[in-house]
Design a binder for this molecule. Structure first.
Ligand code: CTP
Length: 473
């Protein structure tokens, strides 16, 4: 049997070992911690399986360390207890015989052996255990050859995949997520089983599904995961709007590009430059309005008129359905989807100062992310065209910097406030106050006056005069 005592460097293992000896109860470190050790990845949690009662074992270990009982999180229904110790969440669970139950409403917790517990785990690479018991401390217990799968970069279920996935259908998403994060392939039977059971994803909560999608989006090459979701039919069931981007129509020999693969290319490019999850969502969803706006116009070809507007309007509904946060993150994605054509439109015309100012005003602090998205959106296979567009983007970037330095539009604060207008003309909040403020903002954005107090004050006076208002002395 392989010995891997070098895994057991964290202080908790000595404590658990001592408890195991005292109580004469076998226990093991299992799952993600063992896998991550072999992958040389850092773990945030340690899972300990106890052949007996996990909760009383956790209490004993906590007592030894001096952790008060109130700091132990106990989940009686699941037979688990958890505390934080030296930078790690340490979770204790009694070995169970039944299928994986941690998310079902009525868990059946029946005591079992280590092998029973390993049987009901998701993948062979997550089912390895290392003994913390006196008799074989440090022994690797790997009944499904998880270490070989780790070395051969394979995701495979320990049991028949139909059983493993039916126990918890989220595991279908987990298989794809691990495959994308680790760049592993999914074993043929395991993949076939996902495809045949994909329907069952509907019983899993949106929150758990989205957690996996988020991890896919933040992987080095998220397109791998989304393509696997597509081939297993999970895409259609979890992200129908993205699935609808697929396909190419041809009219009179004119084809448009496949917007699904285009979006994946944009997403992969974004990931090379940023690990902002919300920018990844914006990349994935930037063309989401295209299926609804697709038209073939004679003499023109394929058009997706106003797809940015239609797409931006879809974002709140998508976020609501996916149980993503309905806060400033959603507003950010919506804004980037809405603005994603603006920089390219700028470079197709001549780059006027006022167009740049308006873009800065609309994008605000998200201008750099918007520029990244727009550059990533260039997926043409014509190298000359790509070179030309990217060179033009450089010009826009220079112009953006130049104008921002001069006019400070990015975090635009009106140089004249509504209060000042009301005080100057002794008026109440009214339509006129809004009209004067608008006129000042428009004049600044058009470059008619500089973004400065004195110039704005003069304009306020002349605009007020047009409205028949006179300043009080
Ligand atoms: N597990 C499982 N089925 C699930 C979730 C988890 O069998 N649906 C098991 C696996 O053995 C896994 C362990 O529980 O290794 C811990 O799960 P979790 O903490 O969710 O994931 P990790 O494997 O640690 O990976 P990550 O932290 O990347 O999510």
């Amino acid at each position: 049997m392989k010995e891997v005592t070098q895994i057991l460097t964290h202080k908790i293992f000595d404590i658990v070992h001592a408890c195991s000896k005292e109580l004469n109860i076998e226990c093991y470190v299992v799952g993600g911690y063992v896998r991550d050790y072999f992958l040389q990845r850092e773990s945030k949690d340690i899972d300990i399986v106890v052949i007996g009662n996990g909760i009383s074992f956790a209490k004993k270990a906590a007592e030894k360390i001096g952790i008060p009982e109130k700091s132990i999180a106990i989940f009686k229904n699941y037979g688990t207890a958890m505390f934080h110790y030296q930078g790690m969440d340490v979770e204790f669970v009694g070995a169970r015989k039944e299928s994986y139950v941690s998310h079902s409403r009525n868990p059946i917790v029946e005591e079992g052996s280590l092998k029973d517990d390993q049987n009901r785990r998701d993948f062979t690479i997550n089912a390895m255990a290392v003994s913390l018991s006196e008799k074989d401390y440090g022994a690797l217990l790997d009944p499904f050859k998880g270490l070989d799968d780790l070395q051969n970069k394979i995701i495979r279920t320990p049991l028949n995949p139909d059983i493993t996935f039916s126990d918890d259908p989220l595991r279908m998403m987990r298989a794809i997520r691990f495959s994308t994060q680790l760049n592993f392939s999914i074993e043929t039977n395991t993949l076939a089983s996902i495809k045949s059971q994909s329907e069952r994803i509907s019983i899993v909560s949106k929150e758990r599904i989205v957690e996996e999608i988020n991890k896919i989006l933040l992987s080095r090459k998220p397109s791998n995961g989304l393509i696997l979701m597509e081939v297993t039919n999970l895409l259609e069931k979890t992200l129908p709007w993205v699935s609808a981007l697929q396909g190419v129509d041809i009219v009179n020999g004119n084809a448009h590009k496949d917007n699904f693969y285009h979006s994946l290319e944009v997403l992969d490019k974004i990931n090379e430059h940023s690990n902002n999850l919300w920018l990844c969502w914006a990349a994935l969803l930037h063309d989401i309005g295209k299926p609804k706006t697709k038209r073939y116009v004679d003499d023109v070809g394929w058009t997706f008129h106003q797809h940015e507007l239609v797409g931006a309007k879809m974002i709140p509904k998508i976020f609501r359905e996916l149980k993503l946060p309905l806060n400033e993150k959603m507003e950010y994605v919506k804004k980037l989807v809405y603005l994603h054509l603006r920089p390219i439109a700028l470079i197709e015309d001549t780059v006027t100062d006022s167009a740049v100012r308006r873009l800065l005003f609309d994008a605000g602090d998200d201008i750099d992310d918007l520029m990244l998205l727009c550059e990533a959106d260039v997926t043409s296979k014509n190298p000359q065209k790509v070179r030309r567009l990217l060179r033009n983007f450089e010009i826009v970037r220079l112009k953006l910097n130049e104008i921002e330095e001069k006019d400070r539009i990015r975090n635009f604060q009106p140089p004249i406030s509504g209060e000042l207008i009301m005080k100057t003309f002794s008026i109440q909040p009214s339509k006129e106050v809004g009209m004067i403020k608008n006129a000042i903002r428009e004049a600044i954005l058009d470059g008619i006056i500089p973004n400065e107090y004195q110039a704005a004050y003069q304009l306020m006076l002349s605009e007020a005069q047009k409205l028949g208002l006179t300043p009080i002395q």
